[in-house]
Ligand binder design. Structure first.
Ligand code: GAL
Length: 349
């Protein structure tokens, strides 16, 4: 595999892995983040410099932690002790473990190269009491590109005190490669019979609701436009999707999600050992951000944030995000890209 490193500005580096098929993955030590993925087209949202992330949106493509999603009022109890972690001044809730979080840390990195795959291994330590969380927490996020065009993330954690840990990656896909196009015409299949409805302030209600019979049922493939144009109250609440979806299979073999480009030439298959995916359809409104010198469309991307469902610290039904002292944590998610031949229907040039 071919690996190059270049200056990404502000003291950060951009590392690119290219396989024999010419398919590339670029990552940066600013937030152990994915910046681009693809061959002819870049299939994920990303900016052109570290500075742009710091100015415009620190979460796009980043490693998120310690706890992805929202913790109500930043409060939880762990082994009988109450904790209060950093909250967002506008909402009063904690988002993504409090800012600045993993997404703006400068991670240390090493590179591993092989015939079949290559990896960039990022490490950092979140010190005891950072944002109010207990324990010195060592984190490793390994981004791998394989010769089969799979981007794999392996995340490890180890804390010296019992703590909460629920990391994810905040990648947004747009398989058209054009940030001015919304993902509405993408087709989505999701192995999810239930989702977590939200309150007005985006905190999960704690219920698990069947997707069948709702606009959030992707057990049969359909376009995202079907959701965006629906009158489903949970969609109206956030102007799209910004919800946890519970998976039936989380074994890294069975696909959890499949996303297909509008022209059917590119397919993304997500598999994970985690029980939930938070899907966020970049509900930023029209031209909220400029990316590569162009206006990012409303619904200009879709995330597959594999994790334990946010809210697990108060709803045991969602699983557990407790990490016991000195017990190693490890999770894997695969994002496999299939590039297909363009179908010739006789009317294409
Ligand atoms: C998502 C979250 C959204 C938004 C986004 C960051 O994970 O669910 O509501 O905060 O992160 O822009």
């Amino acid at each position: 595999m071919q690996i190059t490193e270049k200056n990404f500005g502000n003291g950060y580096q951009l590392i690119t892995i290219k396989n024999e098929a010419g398919f590339q993955l670029s990552v940066t030590d600013l937030g152990a983040r994915i910046v681009s993925l693809g061959r002819e087209k870049n299939l994920v949202l990303g900016f052109d410099s570290a500075q742009e992330y710091l100015e415009k949106d620190v979460f796009i493509g980043a490693s998120i932690g310690r706890t992805a999603g929202r913790i109500e009022n930043g409060r939880f109890t762990l082994d009988g002790e109450s904790y209060h972690v950093t909250t967002d001044s506008t909402t009063g809730h904690s988002l993504h473990g409090g800012q600045p979080g993993f997404e703006t840390k400068k991670w240390h990195y090493t590179i591993e190269n092989g015939d079949d795959e290559a990896s960039v291994i990022f490490t950092t330590v979140s010190p005891d009491n950072e944002h109010g969380f207990p324990g010195n927490l060592s984190v490793e996020v390994r981004h791998t590109l394989t010769k089969e065009n799979t981007w794999r993330i392996t995340t490890k954690g180890l804390s010296d005190r019992t703590t909460l840990f629920n990391p994810t990656n905040h990648v947004y896909f747009n398989l058209t490669g054009d940030v001015t196009q919304s993902v509405a015409q993408h087709k989505l299949w999701l192995d999810s019979p239930a989702f977590a409805p939200l309150r007005q302030d985006s905190i999960p209600t704690g219920r698990k609701v069947k997707t069948s019979g709702t606009a959030f049922d992707f057990q049969k493939t359909k376009t995202l436009a079907d959701v965006f144009t629906s009158d489903f109250e949970q969609k109206n609440l956030v102007n799209g999707i910004d919800h946890p979806f519970f998976l039936t299979e989380n074994n890294l073999v069975a696909p959890a999600a499949k996303l297909t480009s509008p022209d059917d030439t590119i397919e993304l298959v997500v598999s994970t050992d985690l029980p939930c995916i938070v899907i966020f359809t970049a509900n930023f409104g029209e031209a909220a951000l400029e990316m590569h010198g162009k206006p990012l469309a409303d619904h200009g991307g879709i995330t597959f944030e594999t994790q334990i469902a946010p809210g697990a610290e108060q709803f045991s039904d969602f699983g557990s995000i407790k990490l016991a002292a000195n017990e190693p944590f490890e999770t894997i998610t695969n994002y496999q890209i299939h590039l297909k031949e363009v179908k010739n229907h006789g009317n294409q040039s």
